[in-house]
Design a protein around this ligand. Structure first.
Ligand code: FRU
Length: 473
């Protein structure tokens, strides 16, 4: 018989099934996302010794299907003098770094930020980019002996994302000077020696510090007026200054020539909810980028009611571009939804109605269409012996679609961040399709065929949930 403490039972009321969570510790940003030999690796910022931020190291989990995850031991542990901050992994198939075993397939090379602690003998407080490598497909890791590989003697230079640019035959590293609102690009032929290539800033993103940049290549489908082409998307997180308050992630569509990223586009939120930060893409994916975000917000991340484990990742999402109004390109994303989740296809009634009751302890999915002309609400009423709570998907007076979690948690939670940013279709439209996944404390919503995604945490701790359609109040 297993005896579980009451606090543990309560905590696991909230644990999702298909969203990656740490076993019993703290997690923040996804790191080193890479798919190799059909296995998806998610490393992540982890405190191996606690439920709040600290002792930053890289945790590790793997998945065959991006739905169920197997946790592995900590991959890159911190030391007295060095915290292991966020970064990325590439497969160095040609062994350009020379870090591979002789005669073997090329190594995995991890880039992370060395955040040197006050007790570091020579560079206390400095953040610089360092390397670790694996000759066994990520099972074990060795720190490179000549770290760091790139320093600017700065205290806020971090979050290296590395990719290969075949046209220039160079590796590219994207980093931030967090306080300066500046992305730095460096290039390399061997992953170990880096030369400055360019910098990028954008005046519209001035609400907070910049973190966790990524630069992804996206194919743009052609239509009658334009041939197919490609564009680049800079994905960037800001804290605060996020779309829904607190921390959040933006995209900027532009061009990249191997050295310089340029954009005259306006930033678009990656997510209209409060809980998607530090989102970055998997390396090793052919085709449209696949991203994972941290499903939390620095405004309240350490207060989520789930200790000893704390934080989840969002569901993965693919990122696409579609020609929009005025020749601009719109970011469109699709949730990668685990197969087999019980799905309710809602026929929206013309009068208020109770549509279904399902088990709230299991993941479920709701699909339907909201009228933007008749203000209405889909209410998910969560019930348990501890109380009744509700999550509301509604159309506001201006025809904007909003997800409101203001009353969706047992205890007061994130009171200042109850609602997502309203989604308003660009072209006047009388209906907006929704696809909503609820996996206990993790809610992912895709609106209007992917023109908006919303990530929200809720903590209703419920046994059942009743789905109602109500007239707007
Ligand atoms: C973003 C971030 C990164 C940093 C890491 C430290 O959430 O602040 O900039 O590398 O978290 O845990």
């Amino acid at each position: 018989m297993t005896i579980t403490s009451p606090s543990r039972q309560r905590a696991d009321l909230h644990r999702p099934r298909f969203h990656l969570t740490p076993e019993a510790t703290w997690m923040n940003d996804p790191n080193g996302l890479v798919v190799i030999d059909g296995t998806w690796h998610a490393f992540f910022q982890n405190n191996p010794h606690g439920s709040t931020w600290g002792n930053m190291s890289w945790g590790h989990a793997i998945s065959d299907d991006l739905a169920t995850w197997t946790r592995l031991p900590v991959a890159l542990p911190c030391s007295e003098t060095e915290l292991i901050f966020s970064g990325s992994i590439v497969h160095d198939a040609e062994n350009t770094s020379g870090l591979g075993a002789p005669g073997a397939d090329g190594p995995l090379v991890a880039f992370y930020t060395s955040a040197y602690t006050p007790s570091h003998p020579t560079t206390p407080g400095i953040q610089a980019q360092s390397v670790a490598f694996s000759q066994d497909r990520g099972a074990s890791w060795t720190f490179y002996e000549n770290n760091p590989v790139l320093t600017r003697d700065s205290e806020n230079f971090r979050d290296p994302k590395v990719f290969f640019h075949p046209e220039s035959q160079r590796w590219v590293m994207v980093t931030v000077e967090a306080l300066d609102h500046c992305v730095h690009l460096h290039t390399s032929v061997d992953l170990l020696t880096w030369e400055p290539a360019s910098t990028f800033t954008h005046p519209a993103l001035d609400g907070g510090i910049w973190e966790c940049p990524d630069l992804v290549r996206v194919q743009v489908p052609g239509d009658e007026s334009a041939a197919a082409r490609e564009a680049w998307v800079l994905v960037l997180s800001t804290n605060p200054g996020g779309p829904a308050g607190g921390s959040g992630t933006y995209t900027l569509v532009g061009e990249f020539d191997g050295r310089r990223f340029t954009s005259d586009a306006a930033p678009q939120p990656l997510d209209l909810g409060p809980d998607c930060y530090a989102a970055v893409s998997f390396s090793g994916v052919d085709g449209d980028p696949v991203l994972l975000g941290w499903m939390n917000n620095w405004a309240y991340a350490e207060q989520t009611p789930t200790a000893p484990w704390r934080s989840a990742m969002t569901l993965p999402r693919t990122l696409h571009l579609e020609p929009g109004a005025d020749g601009a390109l719109d970011v469109v994303q699709h949730l990668i939804i685990p197969e087999g989740i019980p799905t309710l296809d809602l026929e929206m009634p013309s009068a208020p109605a109770e549509l279904a009751t399902v088990d709230a302890g299991q993941p479920f999915r709701l699909r339907g269409v909201l009228s933007t002309e008749v203000p209405s609400r889909v209410v998910l009423r969560f019930r348990s012996e501890l109380g009744t709570r509700q999550l509301v998907l509604e159309v506001d007076e201006d025809g904007g679609v909003v997800l409101d979690r203001g009353d969706a948690s047992l205890d007061s939670f994130a009171a200042e961040h109850p609602r997502s940013v309203p989604y308003r279709p660009q072209a006047a439209r009388s209906e907006v399709a929704f696809d909503l996944v609820v996996d206990r404390s993790c809610v992912d919503l895709e609106l209007d065929g992917g023109r908006a995604l919303v990530s929200q945490q809720i903590f209703p701790g419920a046994e059942t949930v009743t789905v109602l359609v109500e007239a707007a109040s």
